[in-house]
Ligand binder design. Structure first.
Ligand code: NAP
Length: 512
């Protein structure tokens, strides 16, 4: 809850009353945890973090499926301020990432700022303050809101007739039901994205029979996994500079290869495609099966999958790749369009997430009561992937048009927290009560993106993917991540309306 502040100082905005801004953070995943740590380091200590679950960790708490791992190298998928010489593998498994988050949270004492099991219901701006209604606390007032609600959060359930009629066990990959024993069972999995590939490789040897329902084949490159030795970990501990070097090297490798290919570098894109085809040929000797697994769109159009054990799993006698379209789901199993009923005991929905929801369904009401939902009108956009005209003092980490390609979102969100802090410092220094991007700056920013987006492989690659929004355009940052990082380090305050408060009751007036 808010720290105690004198009532007369509350009548004036924080930046003019020499008091701490009351900061609400929504979500205690990677970006929420970084926000608490970095804000405190910068001297902002009145922080309340709302977390709807009983534990921190975001997507790494919610996803517990067999084989869960990260396709961004461990040393790159870590906080820059908390390098981890003890990563057991080059590409971490889910439990190791969750344990890292928990350890960092303990080390920096962030858990006392988190209200677990307290979901935010809605947020309303009553200038220059935000009123936040939460399940446990009712209404509270804050000066600043950071939405750290994550991206791939809300499971997407397939719109297939009869889904609710299935009599066996059925669950989404992000809500894995560990009470269901797969041993010897007939299991079906819908979807062939990164999640499915990891699950199939992990469970194939345990189940009695496995059907993998593929709507579209995905491009797949081998995962160069490696287990780090104790000697290597000791070396890293002795030489922190080496850890930093490795982190940067992994960043450069990922961004110069996969990143470049997604941004439209044809040469790199073709190199990756060639490598994927070689991988497919090496692992799938059967030409008929190989044909079914060969995509007819460009590699990196959909998120490229890094996986070395999916194709070998498909080669097993008791594993079938089903490419016939699904007609409907019935109590006993899944009927495909050719009329065949595939009888199943367990149905896994590895059908991805509703990427374009962001903070929704939590409603956000800005100036004049406008809702963020209406402002977006099903096409979420943001200024610098973080802020919205008409929504002062509201910053979203990993918001629309963010840097979601093959790079580390942990790193990007750290840069975004730095951006927020630069605003707080500026506001404190100048006595500014509220900031929101100017409409013209927002429009110019998004127009510039719209010019670049059609040049990317996400747009030209000839595929459908979760990157696309309702207009069919990728809702993702089309320039180099380095450009975005630089922008985060050097905020252009002239893009923003800077408002000074008259009183909390009267609202605020613009100074720039
Ligand atoms: P995804 O990439 O969106 O894949 C969803 C799969 O479900 C696709 O194969 C899709 O087919 C299929 N599908 C959806 N609706 C369907 C329907 N009605 N009928 C038949 N098939 C349907 O989701 P994801 O695999 O969960 O991955 C999401 C993202 O999470 C990844 O791109 C990645 O960014 C992240 N992730 C990362 C890792 C990692 O670090 N290794 C692991 C898991 C997830 P279509 O292709 O035809 O649409």
């Amino acid at each position: 809850m808010n720290q105690h502040v004198e009532s007369d100082s509350l009548e004036r905005p924080w930046a003019q009353a020499a008091r701490q801004p009351r900061i609400a953070i929504i979500g205690a995943g990677f970006s929420g945890i970084a926000s608490i740590i970095k804000l405190r380091e910068a001297g902002y200590t009145d922080i309340t973090c709302f977390e709807r679950a009983d534990q921190l960790g975001g997507t790494w708490r919610d996803n517990t499926y067999p084989g869960l791992s990260c396709d961004v190298p461990s040393h790159w998928y870590s906080y820059s301020f908390e390098l981890n010489p003890d990563w057991p593998h080059r590409f971490s498994y889910g439990p190791d990432i969750w344990a890292y988050q928990d350890r960092v949270a303990d080390k920096y004492g962030v858990k006392d700022a988190i209200q677990f099991g307290n979901a935010v219901i809605d947020l309303t701006y009553v200038g220059p303050e935000w009123k936040i209604r939460s399940e446990k606390n009712g209404e509270e007032v804050f000066d600043f809101v950071i939405a750290a609600t994550g991206v791939l959060v809300n499971p997407s359930y397939p719109d297939i007739e009869g889904l609710d009629e299935f009599e066996g066990a059925k669950f989404h990959s992000a809500r894995w039901d560990h009470s269901v024993d797969l041993e010897g069972k007939r299991v079906g999995i819908i979807g062939t994205g990164s999640t499915s590939a990891q699950i199939v490789g992990a469970i194939a040897d345990d189940v009695g029979h496995l059907d993998v329902y593929q709507r579209t084949p995905h491009w797949m490159i081998p995962m160069p996994q490696k287990t780090y030795s104790s000697a290597w970990k000791r070396t890293l501990k002795l030489f922190p500079g080496l850890q930093r070097f490795i982190r940067n090297r992994m960043r450069r490798l990922m961004e110069a290869s996969f990143g470049e290919a997604t941004m439209g570098n044809a040469k790199m894109q073709q190199r990756i495609e060639k490598r994927c085809l070689k991988h497919l040929k090496q692992q799938i000797p059967d030409p008929e099966l190989r044909a079914k697994l060969t995509p007819d769109y460009k590699a990196t159009c959909k998120r490229l999958i890094l996986c070395s054990d999916y194709y070998p799993a498909l080669m097993k006698d008791h594993v079938d790749l089903v490419t016939e379209d699904i007609e409907r789901i019935e109590p006993k199993g899944l009927r495909t369009k050719d009329g065949e009923l595939h009888e199943l005991d367990v149905l896994v929905l590895a059908t991805g997430f509703r990427f374009n929801d962001f903070i929704l369904p939590t409603e956000v009401y800005g100036e004049n009561g406008q809702s963020l939902r209406d402002f977006w009108n099903e096409l979420p956009r943001a200024h610098r992937a973080m802020t919205f005209p008409g929504f002062p003092n509201f910053f979203m980490l990993e918001g629309p048009t963010g840097v979601f390609g093959n790079t580390s979102v942990v790193d990007i969100s750290e840069h975004q927290v730095g951006y927020v802090i630069r605003f707080l410092d500026e506001m404190k220094e100048k006595g500014i009560a509220a900031v929101a991007p100017k409409r013209e700056a927002y429009d110019a920013y998004n127009a510039n993106m719209a010019k670049q987006i059609p040049k990317t492989t996400w747009a030209t690659g000839g595929c459908d993917s979760w990157y696309l929004d309702k207009s069919g355009q990728p809702n993702i940052y089309p320039f180099s991540p380095d450009t975005y990082r630089r922008d985060m380090q050097n905020p252009d305050f002239s893009e923003y309306r800077l408002m000074e408060a008259v009183t909390a009751e009267e609202g605020s007036r613009e100074v720039a």
